[in-house]
Write a protein that binds this ligand. Structure first.
Ligand code: KIV
Length: 279
């Protein structure tokens, strides 16, 4: 187990670990300062996911994320949050080759952002990396099941846990991540009963996304759940707002008012006599 990192008033990784089997752990992704400010009071954990490459930067997959991109967004989210446990994703190419590479990348992320923990994808195949990062005092969140960084290798976003062989592999991955010292593990895109069984089988909290309501916590990509995603939204997403239509409607009304000389009106310009110097 990693020594507890000093987190001030923030929720730390060890606080999350202790929530196993308790009140469900509320997690969302965040990539920017204003969104982190809006979410911080409502969640236990903010993940600066490598989904940022797709969601904000328009890449086709999460393979478009770089260490620099993750650090820049991690810094923005840390500036915008004071309470949540902030976890930054390790992008593809920053940890797979060796434990030494993984430790160096994790140290860079933590030192340059001040985040509470890092997350990386994989099970048995990255157990050595997880153990090495944890041994350096950096808490690690695992990520098993559907792994977006492997989507090209896997031939698409495919649900896991449909065959006995794959279910056994998922259990081996969950056990490996737990044994390596991770404080929690994301289970993504699996058959519901498999995620539920893994949750009962391991002693660290499971965080589900397209997994099971029995997981110890849930996570969604923020842009998906507020209706900002312009491309296909996965079946497991529930849209709690529709900002696509709100933004499109605001832009249409603004365009009409500019073209019709209705904006700016008297309230949005400075008169010579108002006496106010500040914008
Ligand atoms: O990158 C991400 O947003 C994630 C979540 C989907 C768990 O890894």
């Amino acid at each position: 187990m990693a020594p507890e990192r000093s987190t001030g008033n923030r929720i730390g990784a060890e606080d999350i670990r202790r929530r196993k089997g308790g009140v469900p752990i509320v997690c969302l992704t965040a990539y920017t300062y204003p969104v982190a400010r809006m979410l911080d009071a409502h969640v236990d954990l903010l993940l600066v996911g490598d989904s940022v490459a797709m969601v904000l930067h328009g890449h086709a997959t999460t393979l478009g994320a770089s260490l620099e991109m993750m650090i820049a967004h991690g810094q923005a989210v840390m500036r915008g949050s004071t309470k949540a446990c902030v976890v930054v994703d390790m992008p593809a190419g920053s940890y797979e080759t060796s434990a030494a590479e993984a430790v160096a990348s994790a140290q860079r992320i933590v030192e340059e952002t001040g985040c509470q923990a890092v997350k990386l994808e994989g099970g048995v195949g990255v157990a050595e990396q997880i153990a090495a990062i944890v041994a350096e005092g950096i808490p690690v969140m695992g990520h098993i099941g559907l792994q977006p960084q492997s989507v090209e290798k896997d031939g698409g976003y495919k649900i896991k846990g449909r065959t006995e062989e794959n279910i056994a592999a998922l259990f081996r991955d969950a056990e490996a991540v737990e044994r390596a010292g991770a404080f929690s593990v994301v289970i993504e895109g699996t058959v519901e009963t498999v995620a539920s069984d893994i949750t009962r089988h391991i002693a660290i909290p499971t965080i589900g996304i397209g997994a099971s309501g029995d997981c110890d916590g849930q996570i969604l990509v923020i842009d998906d759940m507020i209706g900002m995603t312009v491309d296909r939204v996965p079946k497991f997403v529930k849209e709690y707002a529709n900002l696509r239509d709100t933004i499109s409607d605001a832009a249409a009304r603004y365009a009409a008012e500019v073209r019709g000389h209705a904006f700016p009106g008297p309230d949005h310009v400075f008169s010579a006599t108002s006496g106010k110097d500040k914008v």
